[in-house]
Ligand binder design. Structure first.
Ligand SMILES: *Cc1c(COP(=O)(O)O)cnc(C)c1O
Length: 387
């Protein structure tokens, strides 16, 4: 008899380097392996299971919708999709939402909006979108082009044209790029996730916002990882005192089911019209019902708890032995460890704590509702592993 590991290795494409752990069940922030081993989950399926595994509220929302209708296509109206769009707009001041199924798709939509807006407003036919070095925007061909990391581009040329990557924090390079290219939009992550949990400086984001306003360029914020409470506010941009023209999000929004959303400000709410864009699965009622339950729970009281847990983590890790630096925001945390991060991750896994890495850092994305006692238990394992 083949094990699940053997079957997977034989039949699933080898694009992922999996750890030797088969997860079979869980509750909240605790997972169980096929060997019965208990793990504390500090990765949340890469920031997806915002309220942990098999969360009762989310489960009930999804199951209730599952008993009604699971899919209709976008030819018809369904309640969860409409309500989710309204909730997202009311909470952000954005005016409309396009739903898709992933972060990459949410960014694809943002890019299409920017290109069409530039044509409609300025007649630009070969628009350029500026993104940042070390950014990550997805794996489709166009979002790969947007991603400012050469390592992902190798072997997949030619990429979609029309992207220029700027070094983070370099305001002169930003000004030059806007002068030299027909720029349609600037796409940023407030905290670069895959790029190493690097928070963008406030003055740099303010400079981007200013140039976008004077030049009528769209400011687009990729909140796929940072969004939906992850950074301690509903969206991370809210801590930068800016209002984007486009916000893309996914990951934690669905709580475990695939959903992407592209939020459109007043200026671009009608840029895409009938047949300009679409998605068969986008706005799926089950995924949307789950997402509604998540957004509803991300109120001020809950976000204050996220911030408290974040403060606890920053305070504990700053000046801890074996940790050189702590970065990030909210419950999106990067640890520059003295030992290689992969070594720390392996030691934590051995002791029953699942972490992530990002570039050279150990990355933590715990469920937003992780109980304090479980969080503390995991932290002591990390501290030990870092020494
Ligand atoms: C994960 C991620 C994406 C891609 O999301 P997928 O759902 O994997 O397509 C895009 N942008 C950022 C910032 C991400 O963290």
């Amino acid at each position: 008899m083949k094990t699940i590991t053997q079957i997977d290795n034989e039949y699933v494409a080898h694009t992922y380097k999996r750890f030797p752990v088969e997860i079979v069940s869980g509750k909240g922030s605790v997972l169980y392996g096929s060997d019965g081993k208990r793990y504390i989950d500090l990765g949340s399926g890469i920031g997806v299971t915002a309220f942990g595994i098999a969360d009762d509220t989310w489960n009930n929302a999804v199951i209730e919708q599952l008993g009604k209708v699971q899919h209709t296509s976008n030819l018809y109206y369904t309640e969860p999709c409409a309500r989710l769009a309204m909730m997202l707009c009311e909470r952000t001041g954005m005016k409309r939402v396009f739903f898709s199924n992933s972060g990459a798709e949410a960014n694809e939509c943002a890019i299409k909006v920017a290109r069409k807006y530039a044509f409609d407003k300025k007649g630009i036919t070969e628009p350029v979108i500026l993104t940042l070095v070390n950014s990550f925007h997805g794996r489709t061909h166009t979002t790969l082009a947007a991603t400012g990391q050469e390592v992902f581009h190798k072997h997949f040329q030619p990429l979609t044209p029309g992207f220029v990557h700027l070094p983070v924090g370099d305001i002169d390079a930003l000004t030059e790029a806007v002068k030299n290219h027909p720029v349609a939009g600037i796409l940023i992550e407030c905290v670069q996730g895959e790029g190493g949990v690097n928070k963008l400086p406030c003055d740099y984001v303010a400079a981007i916002k200013a140039i976008c306003e004077t030049e009528d360029i769209l400011l687009m914020v990729d909140e796929v990882q940072t969004g939906n409470g992850r950074c301690g506010t509903l969206y991370a941009y809210m801590q930068y005192g800016i209002t984007p023209d486009v916000v893309s999000t996914a990951k934690g929004l669905g709580g475990g089911l695939p959903i992407g959303a592209t939020l459109l400000a007043d200026k671009v709410k009608d840029t895409l019209g009938y047949s300009d864009h679409g998605s068969t699965f986008g706005g799926n009622p089950i995924a949307a019902a789950g997402a509604c339950s998540i957004i509803k729970r991300l109120d001020e009281d809950f976000l204050a708890e996220v911030k408290q847990k974040s403060d606890y983590l920053f305070e504990t890790f700053q000046n801890a032995k074996g940790i050189k630096a702590v970065s990030g925001m909210g419950l999106m945390i990067g640890l520059e460890t003295e030992k290689p991060a992969s070594e720390v991750l392996a030691a934590c896994m051995e002791k029953g704590v699942l972490c992530l890495t990002a570039k050279t850092k150990l990355r933590l994305l715990p469920a937003l509702n992780i109980p304090m006692d479980i969080l503390k238990e995991a932290v002591s394992v990390i501290l030990d592993a870092c020494q």
